[in-house]
Design a protein around this ligand. Structure first.
Ligand SMILES: Cc1cc2nc3c(=O)[nH]c(=O)nc-3n(C[C@H](O)[C@H](O)[C@H](O)COP(=O)(O)OP(=O)(O)OC[C@H]3O[C@@H](n4cnc5c(N)ncnc54)[C@H](O)[C@@H]3O)c2cc1C
Length: 223
């Protein structure tokens, strides 16, 4: 899979012929080139499609059909959770079948949707937010400081204070519950005045970045 913008300098639109595709692979993905001898032909033979979010209002029909996985709740891939959410569907559906049997499938499917949809809706929002975070805000000192502080608090308080990313990616806490827990942690942190700590760590991150830039500039002029 090759994820690119549709338009702009490095985009699908700019890949007008085989030579342009080959240059793109050699320039931006040189490590995969030896493993993909037919990369250009394979790239050209695939359709270009959009990354989409699916939020259907109903996942089942008359106890005969049930949508699970991407068919029910496809998300853009920037939290790396689409497949996990699909596996979670399977595990929760299995548990429901074990508990209530398949006699009343309409009620079974309705309960499944009631359990899952609030969580997959949250995942859809998180995936979009993470795209913007990776694109832009992740490099801001304040965001870096918040992350470092929450990792530090996690080391101190373990499961009582977990970063949101850890809860989403490395535990089976339902997505909506993870976001609620994260909000609670943030409220407590604010109440305890941890924003001051975050501010101090942010200042430290800024200073270190400025010093690193100055050192790099000095080395460049010496060389
Ligand atoms: C770029 C990218 C990166 C991703 N990275 C991650 C990641 O790091 N971690 C993660 O957890 N998830 C990731 N995902 C998401 C993950 O790939 C999907 O969530 C997962 O594949 C969904 O599984 P699924 O079985 O529901 O659907 P699919 O995998 O889409 O399976 C549906 C299958 O049905 C077949 N099909 C369609 N129509 C018909 C038809 N009419 N008749 C018969 N068969 C049909 C399709 O060919 C396909 O094989 C990523 C997705 C993308 C696009």
């Amino acid at each position: 899979v090759c994820t690119l913008p549709f338009t702009g300098r490095h985009s699908f639109e700019s890949l007008t012929d085989d030579a342009a595709v080959e240059t793109m692979f050699r320039t931006h993905f040189p490590d995969v080139v030896p493993f993909m001898p037919n990369a250009v032909a394979e790239f050209q033979s695939r359709p270009i499609s959009e990354l989409i979010t699916i939020r259907t209002s109903r996942w089942h029909h008359k106890g005969k059909v049930l949508l699970i996985g991407d068919a029910a709740h496809s998300v853009i891939p920037f939290y790396g959770q689409g497949m996990n959410a699909a596996f979670e569907d399977c595990s929760i559906l299995n548990r429901l079948i074990d508990r209530r049997g398949t006699g009343d499938r309409q009620a079974l499917f309705a309960e499944f949707q009631d359990l899952r949809k609030p969580n997959t809706d949250v995942l859809a929002r998180l995936s979009i937010a993470n795209f913007f975070e990776m694109q832009d805000t992740a490099r801001r000192p304040l965001v870096t400081a918040r992350k470092r502080t929450s990792i530090f608090l996690n080391k101190l308080f373990r499961q009582h204070s977990m970063p949101l990313y850890t809860m989403i990616s490395h535990t089976t806490i339902p997505y909506a519950e993870a976001v609620e827990k994260h909000r609670r942690q943030e409220r407590i942190a604010r109440w305890l005045g941890l924003d001051l700590v975050v501010g101090a760590v942010s200042l430290h991150v800024r200073l270190r970045a400025a010093l690193a830039r100055r050192r790099a500039a000095r080395l460049a002029t010496e060389a």
